[in-house]
Design a protein around this ligand. Structure first.
Ligand code: CO
Ligand code: CO
Ligand code: CO
Length: 298
């Protein structure tokens, strides 16, 4: 229990099931559909699985949103599912004033084992595969302080499937893995620390962050969720000199964020080569030590 997806064992096969839905993070309906799809598939990849099929869940009200708009959302979803070689089997729509879109996804772990949040060991390395700060950017868009064009790289990253990141984690013999979404880097890192009964050290200067997010975090422009996430873990933090804007970035809720995983130090020399071979990226942001909670270093 408590991993990114539910695990179902059946006659030697490992199936993973997950469900996720989100409100719009960008104004373009096609992009929203595609991002939400990548976001829903991500929990399967965080488990080291491959998605097989999905069901769409749509919150929609034709006074609030045009049918054409919904078609665009579905098109974004269909294209992203095709990229992931995942079949859409059906779905369900409910009347909802605030639009929502997401998927229930079924996947399989082909080698009969799955990645979990439990298993990080003292001495392991901590890595992340996408920059953080998307929630802050979304908030800035909603406040009209920035346009979608200005955050192209963040949109590109949200659209990027975590399939190759998942393969990278497996090739590096990851000891724990999760994806960075609503609880922010801090919240999801804390889940690993708690379940693995270890302490994670996060070195802020090594964490990839969108430049614009830094700009807005310093002006205290952020979603409320960033503070909620911080409050949730603050008792478990050892803060060695981070300012509030840095804490906000680490706590910022992400949509379709990267994978966060730990792996043995022995595998470190292979990181660059494997990441390059897979066409993905990973940043080393800290390490695992004995203890509990999270230690933050500038
Ligand atoms: Co997750
Ligand atoms: Co999820
Ligand atoms: Co139905």
């Amino acid at each position: 229990m408590g991993d990114d997806a539910g695990v179902y064992l059946y006659q030697g096969s490992v199936f993973v099931h997950t469900v996720d839905l989100i409100t719009p993070v960008v104004n373009d309906p096609y992009l929203w559909g595609a991002i939400s799809t990548a976001n829903s598939l991500s929990d399967v990849y965080a488990m080291g699985g491959v998605p097989l099929n999905a069901l769409a869940i749509v919150g929609f009200n034709n006074c609030e949103m045009r049918v054409d708009t919904l078609k665009e959302v579905m098109k974004g979803c269909a294209d992203k599912l095709r990229e992931a070689k995942t079949v859409l089997l059906g779905g369900h729509t409910i009347d909802d004033k605030e639009p929502k879109f997401g998927l229930a996804v079924m996947g399989v772990c082909p080698d009969g084992s799955y990645l979990s949040q439990k298993g990080a060991k003292a001495g392991d390395i901590l890595a992340i595969t996408k920059p953080i700060g998307v929630g802050i950017l979304t908030k800035a868009i909603k406040e009209g302080k920035i346009s979608e064009k200005d955050i192209r790289s963040a949109v590109e990253n949200m659209l990027t499937l975590n399939d190759r990141a998942s393969l990278l984690a497996k090739r590096l013999t990851a000891t724990s893995c999760t994806d960075v979404t609503g609880f922010g880097l801090l919240g999801h890192a804390y889940n690993i620390a708690k379940k693995s009964e270890v302490r994670l050290t996060i070195r802020f200067s090594q964490v990839p962050v969108y430049e614009a997010s830094v700009f807005f975090a310093k002006q205290k422009i952020h979603p409320k969720g960033a503070v909620d996430n911080y409050n949730f873990v603050k008792e478990q933090l050892i803060n060695e000199g981070l300012d509030w804007w840095q804490i906000l970035l680490l706590s910022d809720p992400n949509t379709s964020g990267g994978l966060l995983f730990t792996f043995p130090k022995d595998a470190l020399p292979f990181l660059e080569k494997e990441a390059q071979a897979l066409g993905t990226k990973a940043w080393i942001i800290g390490e695992v030590e004995e203890g509990t909670g999270i230690r933050l270093v500038d």
